[in-house]
Design a protein around this ligand. Sequence first.
Ligand code: G3P
Ligand code: MG
Length: 436
Amino acid sequence: MTTTDGFGAQKVPRLSSLDARRADLYGGPNVAIPPKHLMASILSHDTAQEMQMATEQLSDISSEDGSPQVVTSLTEEKPSITADDFALAFDIDGVLMRGGEPIPEAAAALKYINGENPYGVRVPYIFVTNGGGKTEEERCLDLSRQLDLEVSPGQFICGHTPMREMAEKYHTVLVVGGEGEKCRIVAEGYGFKDVITPGDIIKTRHDTTPFRKLTDEEYKNSRARDLSLTTIEAIFVFADSRDWAGDQQIILDCLMSKEGHLGERSQTFNEGPPLFFSHNDVVWSTSHEHTRIGMGALRASLEALYKAVTGKELSTIAFGKPQIGTYQFAMRLLQQWRKDYHEINKPPSTVYFVGDTPESDIRGTNEFNEISDATWYSILVKTGVYQDGDTPVYPAKHTCNNVLDAVKFAMDREMSKKNKGGAIDDIDSNAGPLRN
Ligand code: G3P
Ligand code: MG
C-alpha cells in the first residue's frame, strides 16, 4: 500500500452498489459482543474469523477474477486517497435517517467522505445504531438504497447484534418486538434453537391477552405449542414492541413464573428468566416534530409494572449505546473494516462519532474516549433528539447543525492538524466539561 502524508492509496474489493441482493450480503460478519455483563470485552478471535469470512465473501462477489479493483471516488473520475489516521462512526436515526426517509444532508455527507471534498480524501466509516428489528444484512440493503451508496454488514452494528452471543447460553427464548416474524428470523439466524414469540403464546392461549387478537397473518405464522412442557430461559426485546399491552402482559407472566414455566407462578417473584433489551433509548427521532418513546420507555414501564404487581424490584439488562462494550466492539469492527476494505493496518488516531442523542451517542463516545487509546470525538447534530436550545446532560465536544456540517468539521479539523504537524487547539470546540 502506498501512503502519502498520513493517507493511504486505496485498493479494495467492491460490492456492487445498489443492486446487491440480500443473498449477496447474507452471511456477513457475525458481529458479537460477549455477555460479560455486559460488554466488558470482545471475542476478538471469533470476530476476526467471522469478519474474515465476510470479507472473503465480499471479495468473491466483487471481483470475478479475484483481483482487487481500484475504487474511485463516487464521481468515478480519479482514484481517491484514503485517510488512514482518522475515521467516522455514524448513528443512524436522527443523523442520517428520520421516519424511514434520509435526512436531507445525509447523502451529501456520505459523498463528501467518499472523496467528494476539496481535499480529494476518502474517510473510512462505520454505522452504529441502537435500532433493529431485521437482519443486519437486510438493514444494510435498506440503507444502501436509502442513502444511495454501498453499506456492508462489515461496517454495521445494530442494537440486537450482540444478542447473538447469548444463543449458546439460552436454548428456549421469548423474543419480543418488531414486525411480524422478522425478529424470530433474526434470532434463529443468530443461532437460538427454540424461539417463541408473543404470537405463539396468544395462539396457544387466546385469553392470555384479553384485548389483543391475532390477525389472520399473525395466526398463520404463529406456532402453537404445549406451554406446560416449555421452559422460557430468557426474554429478549429485539425491537420496539408493536403492542405494548399484550407484550407487557406476556413478559410479566414470564417474569413472575417459576423458572420460566408459564403455568407456574413463583411464590417469591425472583425466579423468573432474565430480561434483556437491545438498547435503552427512552426517546428517539422519527418524522414527528417531537421525539417518540422507544424501548427504554418500555423498559421503565415494565420495571414500574413489576414493582406495582409484585412489590419487588425488577433488574433488567440493556445492550447498545451508551454501553462501553458497544464502543469497544465498534472500534474493533472499524479496525477490521479499515484493514480488510481499505488495507490500513493500524488503528485510527481519532474517531469522530456523529450522533443526535446525548444520553446514548454522546455519553458513550465521551466515556469510551476516557479509556480508549484513540481519541473518540463526539459530535452532536441538531436533526434528531437534541434540538437547538436544549442543554444536554452529556455535552458533546462539538455541535453541528447536521451531518454534512459534522463531516466537514471533522475533515477540516484533521487537515488543520496535519498542517500543524498533529497539534490542534480545538478553539472551535463548543463542549462543556465532560462528565464521567
Ligand atoms: O429504535 C432506534 C432508536 O432508538 C435509535 O436508533 O440509530 O439513533 O441509534 P439510532
Ligand atoms: Mg440517533
